[in-house]
Design a protein around this ligand. Sequence first.
Ligand code: ATP
Ligand code: MG
Length: 440
Amino acid sequence: MILKILQRIQGLLTVDKAPKSVIIPRSKHNISRKDISPNALKVLYRLHQKGYQAYLVGGGIRDLLLGLYPKDFDVATNATPEQVRAIFRNCRLIGRRFRLAHVFFGHETIEVATFRKETLISSPEKTQLIVQDNEYGDLTEDAFRRDFTINALYYNIDDFSLVDYHQGLQDIQTRTLRMIGDPAIRYTEDPVRMLRAIRLAAKCGLTLEKQTQKAIDSIAPQIHQVAPSRLYEEILKLFITGYGVEVLTRLLKLELFNQIFPDVAAGFKQMPWAQQFLMTALANTDARVAQKKAVIPAFFFACLLWGPLQKALAAPSGTLPPLRDFMTAMDQAIDAQMKILLIPKKVVMIMQEIYFCYYRMLALRKKQIYRLITHPKFRAGLDFLELVATVDKEKATIVTWWQQFLAASEYDQSVLLAKLEQQPKKKKRKKTGKTDTPST
Ligand code: ATP
Ligand code: MG
């Protein structure tokens, strides 16, 4: 640890000695004001008029340079949050540890961050380096506390130039994601950066620079030091913002996946269908995001933990009735994952409802059909059943039954229900512990 601190201090000293920036004039880059949100421009201009420095930085600039449509625009300035608030009426300060200003324009929020620097402290309980980035700094310091070179490009509203401290523009051109400084140390300081690396690389189609990639495997176990609630938020950003298939493909090659989802990873090894199932679920989610349809965290987590649930169900579990078996397996799968990341209670409840609807749909009990249809999670349960049917063809007939039933007239529905009654009761499946296909 002492070595790490020394390395870091040495790194900072080197930085302080030679903080060289390259200014790229407007004529040498392709960022035009017409590509920038008018509200972000308003914020930049107002700060500038009041005599402050004002830059656009982070994902907005990165995405524009990569030819992508930015999700949002972040502003960096030397004005303190209080000074920002004094300028904008439509402004609120957020954050306790480090205050940020949010400037509101209808549905759009522009985040304004005061330049800050990283201060290193050692944490007695974790006996390792952690970062406290709650001290104001200048532009140079701000550029050094950022994670990747392509995230530390500053668009100056004063002359429309780009300020580049870390050859970020070169990395944009070669589509490389490179950590600023020593990747192992920067990941140790904040292990969430490992997830950011995967997310940004997947989202922007980037190749991780060799060391930036290599360090992830050795630092992966430190992901457990991230607060479980923060980890949950980051996992959502990874999987339900439109490029989940690419994220999972990349994550599967890394130890990080085993660390965050040990049971899911074990399930992939034992049940060949499980990985395909999750990939299909993510492909559907990606398509929904692309069509601007709603996606809910609970559906993703229900899909993620379907393998572990099936594994738990296949284990001998005494004389409990099947629904109980199912519920027990569900609780086991969720509880095990909750030891690593904190899935909020209300999300867990929705997951349980989706699983429950799915189970009831499979059971096809005449008396429950109409009640089931009015269940708030009926649609999600059916989507889930359709997804399961992609890896378990036996379920396809039940999916077809439900589709026919939903499309049928009242009379045809009664015919379908009558037929249901005539069906002989299904024999109970023998528990074999085999998991070639999902058992429910
Ligand atoms: P997105 O398109 O998802 O918003 P982003 O890079 O803008 O990507 P934000 O979370 O909005 O992500 O962060 C804004 C900027 O703040 C980043 O570009 C980066 O410069 C810096 N940043 C964010 N998180 C970290 C971190 N954990 N460590 C260092 N710098 C960070
Ligand atoms: Mg951003």
